[in-house]
Design a protein around this ligand. Structure first.
Ligand code: PHE
Length: 537
């Protein structure tokens, strides 16, 4: 109303600092008043009632120390007034002065008072040399306090800022003109055209609020990907880039046959025990796997075969049929490998529908060409999914987590294909894992011999963590045993590499999460999920 009335009588407002806001005694020179005015200007601008230009000014305000000086005088003035005039009293020693005016004032003030010629030495003490002084600092600060500026100019202001007595503030003021819809009425324009307005004809004389096409929309409350899903997507992309096909892994419940037996894990292996594995009581047992394969697996466990002596322990049907929450995604890999070997078993395969050989190359890793009569086709498979272990939960362990797993099946693969191969001319060909981890941003990777019931040799994978400055174990790998592959029907020269890493650890590193419970479970913050940035390996 103030802006509109002033414009009505003066046609422009040259400087909004000259307005006096109703209820205030002084013109609106302060920063806050101009902010208030700006709010009104923007609202009037949106209705095209006015236009305005913005001008920038710097204003100055006192710091707490500045205010104190404005009130009590500068340090040098305080020192001066604490002393007797020369020849008219006992000189004050520096120690006494400190007691009187305080350490800080004595320290800073003495130097300046000397420099100004206000004080001098007499014996061991100090005295006034002049009987009046002009406390310029105080006067300057008082001027700044009341006007926000200093006539003495930039240089003095710069000095006061350096002494941390004043702060510079950026301020704005405005010049205002009438707009195309100028009127002195502050009635709010209509925001909606209603049926009533149409029937009564009021719409003809109403003013309407303009659409603001620049307004930022209300943030949508759609879904957001959990950090684990984002990292999973990144890893999936790496696998796809490397020609891997994704395995179906939807079956959280598996039989002990697929989780352990098919992998040649002994039926008495500790990993199968209740404290490590969650068993399912209902239904009580799994369906039977295909009979002849099942028999070959049972035989290789009990009696051996394919050049192996087997575990030489009694085979239990019941053990094999137990249902459990899969403890690793290798349970799914085993089933996929069994399917992949179907061609080699002489079963009818509809190649078009076979999802897992699409990464196949026409020639094998060693360039032999796919000419053998066993029909084998190489494959590169991966999965990223959930697994379950009956573990004690703490800051870094949960009873359910995710595994990333890669499997490569080809003729004549060697450990060199898994890690690296150094050729006779010293040229090093990078192995699958080296390439894969490099794409994940892990340049420094090391492998350490380890034991794993279904792979031989087996390797633990370590990566150098640049933030922690140490090597951390990230996974496990190896070449699947012939006792696992040959009962499936793979020819003897087919080798299968496998490796598994956790999904949680790289995700926690990416997002700086130190407690796994903040990543998974009921303590996860929804805002945290919504705000977590996408990651790039
Ligand atoms: N299944 C293994 C694990 O749970 C990972 C692995 C996969 C190891 C394939 C070797 C081959 O840690």
């Amino acid at each position: 109303k103030l802006v509109l009335d002033t414009l009505d009588s003066h046609s422009t407002i040259k400087d909004t600092r000259e307005l006096t806001i109703p209820g205030e005694s002084n013109p609106a020179t302060s920063h806050d008043s101009q902010i208030t005015i700006l709010g009104a200007l923007n609202s009037l601008l949106s209705r095209e009632m006015i236009t305005y230009e913005t001008h920038e000014v710097f204003s100055y305000a006192l710091t707490p120390e500045g205010s104190q000086i404005a009130k009590e005088g500068s340090h040098e003035a305080r020192v001066w007034s604490a002393l007797p005039l020369k020849g008219q009293g006992t000189p004050v020693t520096p120690v006494q002065l400190k007691k009187q005016v305080g350490d800080e004032t004595a320290k800073v003030g003495q130097g300046r008072a000397f420099k100004n010629g206000w004080i001098g030495k007499e014996g061991d003490g100090l005295v006034k040399l002049v009987d009046t002084i002009k406390d310029t600092a105080k006067l300057e600060l008082l001027e700044i306090e009341s006007t926000g500026d200093l006539k003495a100019g930039e240089k003095v202001l710069a000095d006061l800022r350096k002494r941390k007595l004043v702060n510079q503030r950026k301020g704005q003021w405005f010049t205002v003109h009438k707009g195309s819809n100028f009127s002195t009425s502050t009635a709010k324009p209509e925001t909606d055209l209603t049926a009533d307005m149409l029937t009564s004809g009021v719409w003809k004389t109403s003013t309407f609020k303009k659409y603001n096409f620049d307004a930022e929309g209300i943030p949508t409350s759609g879904g957001a990907l959990h950090p684990l899903l984002k990292v999973r997507e990144e890893i999936r992309t790496i696998f796809l880039e490397m020609g891997f096909a994704e395995m179906p892994t939807a079956s959280f419940v598996e039989s002990a046959f697929w989780c352990f037996d098919s992998l040649f894990v002994p039926q008495q292996h500790p990993a199968r025990e209740l404290q490590d594995t969650f068993y399912i009581s209902d239904p009580p047992a799994s369906l039977s796997p295909e009979k002849s394969y099942y028999d070959r697996v049972a035989t290789v466990h009990e009696k051996g075969g394919y050049g192996s002596t087997g575990h030489r322990a009694p085979w239990s049907d019941e053990e094999s049929k137990k249902l459990l929450l899969r403890t690793h995604t290798t349970a799914s890999s085993a089933q996929m490998l069994y399917k992949l070997a179907a061609r080699c078993r002489g079963e009818d395969i509809d190649d078009d529908s076979s999802e897992f050989t699409h990464g196949a190359r026409p020639t094998t890793a060693h360039g032999e060409g796919d000419t053998k009569s066993d029909n084998f086709r190489p494959a590169k498979l991966f999965s990223i999914d959930r697994v379950f272990r009956n573990e004690t939960m703490d800051a870094t362990h949960l009873a359910e987590f995710h595994q990333v797993e890669g499997v490569v099946a080809d003729r004549g693969l060697t450990l060199a294909d898994l890690i690296d191969e150094t050729r006779p001319d010293n040229y090093t060909l990078e192995g699958f894992m080296r390439v894969f981890f490099k794409k994940m941003g892990l340049e420094q990777v090391r492998f350490k011999p380890a034991y794993n019931p279904y792979t031989e040799p087996s390797l633990e994978i370590f990566a150098f963590h640049p933030d922690l400055q140490k090597w951390v174990e990230i996974g496990n790998s190896g070449m699947f045993r012939p006792e696992m592959l040959e009962p499936m029907g793979f020819p003897k020269d087919v080798r299968v590499h496998g490796w598994g890493i956790g999904l949680e650890r790289p995700t926690m590193i990416r997002y700086g999460i130190t407690n796994i419970r903040n990543l998974l479970g009921h303590k996860v913050s929804i805002e945290g999920v919504e705000n977590s940035a996408a990651v790039m390996f």
